[in-house]
Design a protein around this ligand. Structure first.
Ligand SMILES: NC(=O)CC[C@H](N)C(=O)O
Length: 341
């Protein structure tokens, strides 16, 4: 896809974000230069999502110092959808341990769509990674608790700690997805048939559907991403949500799998771990620096927000966030490759 960054200089990655006024300016320009983009289609396989406003667009950066830079519709709530997978994975790793999560869920890209059943069959029933539905359902199956209420409290309290505020569920989105999620129910049963899901498949999918229906704003997502950037400490509340090791491992998973079958292109263009969701949200983490969040409902054919990808590609370059663009060399160095040998 055309990210429209041909003329944008790739600044090199240094230890910190530029000064606040410059970040404000670049966030405003990421919003301004992409607000007219009309490509992409709003998801409608969950009926309640089809009502989303295709014009809505928010861009937000939260830095690890706790300051927030925003442009557009950053305070409008929408359901978090697949972005919850990243944070629930971190919360589950914290209690079951990352080795157990690695063994049970995995970290390799499937190369297939987020709700692929074929991917499970091709891999002997293994869910492959926590960012596709199979792995996310397997991860939610590891949520601790004696009953449904306990397990929900674990997820709801954990997501709230990442965001730094209480979050509520969009009951309409939840009911709409619960009434139409036969495919996720099939995925859960298939995993159970392979012995990859110990918890009850129906209840696990219900908990997963609820976690996807949690309402967040673009601002919340930026703070949640900044918490992973800050080694698991929410930079606004100062509260530790997960350990630094879990934050690191979660970012590694996002780098390889956060944008489904487009994860390779994403890493190539943006150079940062990210996670998209079907309601149009997108979070990106610049380790040690901050989080970027965008929200714009129209999606490309892999289910990733079109404007969100473009705005994030712009910010990654203009803020100098790409982790592969080291400060020890100049990106604009005009020497041809042969000359450097
Ligand atoms: N890609 C997504 O955001 C998918 C989330 C959605 N709740 C589903 O399971 O289908």
């Amino acid at each position: 896809m055309d990210l429209d960054v041909a003329g944008v200089e790739q600044l090199v990655s240094t230890g910190a974000l530029p000064e606040a006024a410059r970040v404000d300016e670049l966030v405003a320009s990421a919003h301004e230069r992409n607000r007219w983009v009309a490509d992409g289609v709003v998801a409608d396989y969950i009926p309640a999502l089809a009502a989303a406003d295709p014009e809505a667009f928010g861009v937000c950066v939260a830095d690890v110092g706790g300051s927030v830079h925003a442009a557009g519709d950053v305070d409008v709530e929408f359901s978090i959808q697949s972005i919850s997978k990243a944070f629930v994975y971190a919360l589950v790793c914290e209690v079951v341990g990352h080795r157990e999560a690695l063994a049970r869920v995995g970290v390799n890209n499937t190369g297939l769509s987020f709700n692929s059943v074929v991917a499970i069959e091709l891999n002997d029933g293994h869910p492959m990674n926590p960012m596709v539905n199979a792995g996310a359902i397997a991860t939610t199956g590891l949520v601790p608790g004696d009953d449904d209420a306990d397990r929900w409290a674990f997820v709801a309290d954990g997501l709230a700690a990442f965001a730094g505020r209480e979050l509520r569920v969009d009951e309409e989105v939840y009911a709409s997805e619960a009434a139409t999620n036969e495919r996720n129910q099939a995925i859960a049963r298939l995993l159970a048939s392979y012995g990859r899901l110990d918890a009850d498949p129906g209840r696990t999918v219900d908990l997963y559907t609820r976690q996807c229906s949690v309402l967040v704003t673009t601002r919340d997502l930026a703070v949640m991403a900044a918490t992973l950037a800050d080694g698991g400490v929410n930079p606004v509340t100062g509260r530790r949500v997960v350990s630094a090791g879990v934050a690191r491992d979660t970012l590694a998973v996002l780098a390889s799998t956060g944008l489904y079958e487009r994860s390779g292109e994403w890493l190539y263009e943006i150079g940062l771990p990210g996670k998209s969701g079907v309601s149009g949200g997108l979070v990106t983490v610049a380790p040690g620096k901050g989080g970027i969040a965008t929200w714009s409902p129209p999606l490309d054919d892999a289910g990733n927000s079109v404007r969100g990808q473009r705005a994030t590609a712009y910010l990654s370059r203009a803020l100098g966030l790409n982790v592969f663009a080291s400060a020890s060399y100049r990106m604009s160095d005009p020497r041809p490759l042969e000359a450097s040998s």
